[in-house]
Design a protein around this ligand. Structure first.
Ligand code: SAM
Length: 275
């Protein structure tokens, strides 16, 4: 009988986030397949677990995947871990799961730390419907094409991004979605210097010019205003803005909220309300 492939999530920062079930699974597995064996060895030492480790990462996944599959088919149990977070989510694992599914090897995914879900929850943006876009391409043209394909996306969008690419990505997002679009920059989640910056794309760009981005980021971007809402007239949008100001919002905040709800730009509403 074939063994089971366990997908074992590991902490994205805070070591306290490893669950008892993950510890037990790592301790009981016959071997552990790891994205970077040096990184995983540190975690295993911290947990006091000694296990044979094999390497499974982007550039050896075809060859290593075959070997792991053979061992699973022979009845061994394998725990797959990545450097941090949930395996197979913007991390190695997707191909191995597909191979196992094809070969009839049981796969068990253990729930646990995952940067996309952690960021979405804390973003303050709608979570009912969202789309996970992973990493944008490092190539500017491909990145713009990807973003262009999301121009009319009404669901909340979640992206992974490296700090050295953050400013360029925010510039491209502002060019496609508009500077008024809301964004939550979720930095160093679960770590000592965790920071959630809920703002607009234009303000995020200005912020990055003053404070150079450092650490790990998830970007949660509000979806476009639904098409139906864009049929709202300017007069109606201004009435909404007035209602919001009557409730105590400043003119600036009321313009931002009315813009988000109606599809008009914040600056258009702000200027029109002054006339
Ligand atoms: N599989 C992982 C998961 O489940 O979250 C994601 C791996 S992906 C290679 C790494 C990216 O996830 C980082 O570049 C960053 O965008 C995001 N990330 C991981 N840990 C994070 C953290 N503590 N805070 C913010 N973003 C994080």
């Amino acid at each position: 009988m074939a063994g089971t492939l366990y997908l074992v999530p590991t902490p994205i920062g805070n070591l306290g986030d490893i669950s008892q079930r993950c510890r037990d699974t790592l301790a009981l597995a016959d071997f552990i397949a790891a994205e970077d064996t040096r990184v995983s060895l540190k975690l295993l030492n911290h947990l006091g677990i000694k296990k044979p480790l094999v390497s499974y990462y982007e550039h050896n996944q075809a060859e290593s995947g075959e070997k792991i599959l053979r061992r699973l088919l022979a009845g061994e149990t394998c725990a797959l871990v990545s450097d941090a977070g949930s395996p197979a989510i913007s991390d190695p694992g997707e191909a191995l799961v597909a191979q196992c599914a094809e070969a009839g090897v049981p796969v068990c995914a253990i729930p646990g730390p995952c940067a996309v879900i952690t960021a979405l929850g804390v973003s303050g943006l709608p979570t009912g419907r969202f789309t996970f876009e992973g990493f944008l391409s490092t190539n500017r043209k491909s990145r713009r094409e990807h973003l262009d394909s999301l121009r009319d996306e009404v669901r909340t969008m979640v992206f992974y991004e490296a700090p050295h690419k953050l400013s360029a990505t925010l510039e491209d997002m502002a060019a496609v979605f508009g500077g008024d679009r809301r964004i939550s920059l979720c930095r160093e989640l679960t770590k000592l210097h965790e920071e959630i910056f809920r703002t607009t794309l234009a303000e995020a760009i200005a912020h990055c010019e003053v404070v150079p981005p450092r650490g790990e980021y998830v970007l949660v971007v509000a979806g476009a205003a639904p098409k139906a809402a864009q049929s709202v007239t300017l007069e109606e949008a201004l009435e909404l803005m007035q209602t919001l100001m009557d409730r105590g919002l400043s003119r600036k905040d009321a313009a931002r909220e009315a813009a988000a709800q109606t599809g008009f730009s914040k600056n258009t509403l702000y200027a029109a309300s002054m006339e």
